[in-house]
Ligand binder design. Structure first.
Ligand SMILES: Cc1ncc(COP(=O)(O)O)c(C=O)c1O
Length: 400
């Protein structure tokens, strides 16, 4: 067996199950789940229709590269959304549909890492745990870049020792960030790109929350946009990951894409041909419909806006917690994330995620997640309000 499997840490939700084992929440209170980032708004009807209208496609093997129409819809969306130079994203060579970004983030690291050169994969901390597992199974050392809690909510790239950059083969960025909700500016992304050029590494930019933002006048910037604005219109060293899961509330469709540097995507496609992960044709048709429409995405954002607007005034009575720039997470500081989570579950039947389950100890021994919890506002508006009210009475009671 691959010995690297022994290095994998249990998944956060497994640890949560263990933490809550044996707890007996009041049966009178229905459970409200806020631990998982699984969108629960209804899937758009036209996307479901496109799916069911195209079931005949199940009769043939799909190509790993995806249908040309899907690649084109994606290239057009990227160009519109990030104001890229017309024609700079080739649908043939720079776009690859994937079955959700989770598997693509993992597979990308396997395909790109040269394990013979003591590789290092740098990633934010806290993070999406796939980054770490992908690095370990590719024979690379994960290197954690603490999100700067006081300032940006993103890793401070200038604090990274030059020896680390020299060994770095892939830098993961996650903007908007899960869990801090922070958004990288164009300048931040360009700074990362200059580091990538100087030290010869790839940037894997996880942008799967890019459409869940709140200021319609300022959608989050993306890595391709930053590259193009700096004159890198062939997107060298840049690979972005986008998903329909959050944008269109269809996490079960398993649809996303990888786009960027044609040289890297060529090797990634080769890897995936053997890996065998082609998207089923009905899902490809449904994805075309979803990437071509923005109305449903605006409606989706409006639902999240309503939730933040309703929940924050209730929570702010007892807890210091800010509206994120983007994403559907709150990331408040509490005393101890695990204790808070277990007690809240026992008393109020609400599940949150302790921050330490998505973070690792940093070089100074502290853990940037241990005194935090992640709250996902994925339930319905009334449920989120009910949850906030219960959290408020829980904290008020503890303070007595
Ligand atoms: C930061 C981040 N990246 C990627 C994903 C994976 O999303 P999907 O596989 O549904 O595209 C998630 C899912 O929660 C996430 O939070």
């Amino acid at each position: 067996m691959n010995p690297a499997l022994n290095k994998l840490r249990p998944y956060p939700f497994e640890r949560l199950r263990a933490l809550l084992a044996g707890a007996q929440p009041p049966a009178s209170l229905p459970q409200i789940a806020m631990h998982i980032g699984e969108p629960r708004h209804p899937a758009p009807a036209f996307v479901l229709e496109a799916l069911t209208r195209n079931t005949a496609g199940l009769g043939s093997y799909p190509a790993t590269a995806g249908m040309p129409q899907l690649r084109e819809a994606i290239a057009n969306w990227l160009t519109r959304r990030f104001k890229l130079p017309a024609g700079s994203v080739s649908p043939e060579t720079m776009v690859l549909p994937v079955n959700g970004t989770r598997e693509a983030l993992f597979a990308f690291v396997q395909a790109m890492t040269d394990s013979s050169r003591q590789p290092l994969v740098a990633m934010p901390n806290p993070f999406y745990q796939i980054y770490e597992g992908a690095a370990l199974l590719a024979g690379a050392e994960p290197y954690f870049l603490p999100n700067d809690a006081q300032h940006s909510g993103l890793p401070d790239l200038d604090s990274v020792p030059v020896e680390v950059w020299r060994r770095c083969q892939i830098l993961f960025l996650c903007s908007p960030s899960n869990p801090t909700g922070a958004v990288a500016s164009l300048e931040y992304l360009q700074h990362a790109l200059r580091l990538a050029e100087r030290h010869d590494f790839i940037i894997a930019s996880d942008e799967c929350y890019s459409e869940i933002y709140f200021d319609e006048a300022r959608p989050p910037a993306g890595l391709l946009q930053a590259a193009a604005a700096a004159g890198n219109t062939s997107y060298e060293r840049c690979v972005v990951f986008h998903s329909l899961s959050k944008r269109s509330s269809v996490p079960g469709l398993r649809s996303g894409f990888v786009a960027g540097d044609a040289r890297l995507l060529k090797s990634f496609l080769l890897y995936r041909t053997y890996h065998g992960s082609a998207m089923p044709p009905p899902a490809q048709f449904a994805s075309i419909a979803a990437w071509n429409d923005e109305t449903h995405v605006l409606e989706n954002r409006n639902l999240y806006r309503q939730k933040f607007a309703a929940v924050l005034p209730i929570l702010n009575e007892v807890l210091s917690v800010d509206m994120p720039e983007a994403s559907f997470y709150l990331w408040p500081r509490v005393d101890n994330g695990e204790h808070f989570t277990r007690a809240l579950f026992e008393q109020q039947h609400i599940t949150l995620l302790p921050g330490s389950y998505i973070s690792r100890p940093s070089a100074d021994g502290g853990n940037p997640g241990s005194d935090r919890v992640r709250i996902s506002l994925v339930a319905t508006v009334p449920e989120c309000i009910e949850a906030a009210t219960r959290i408020r009475s829980f904290i008020a009671q503890r303070a007595r």
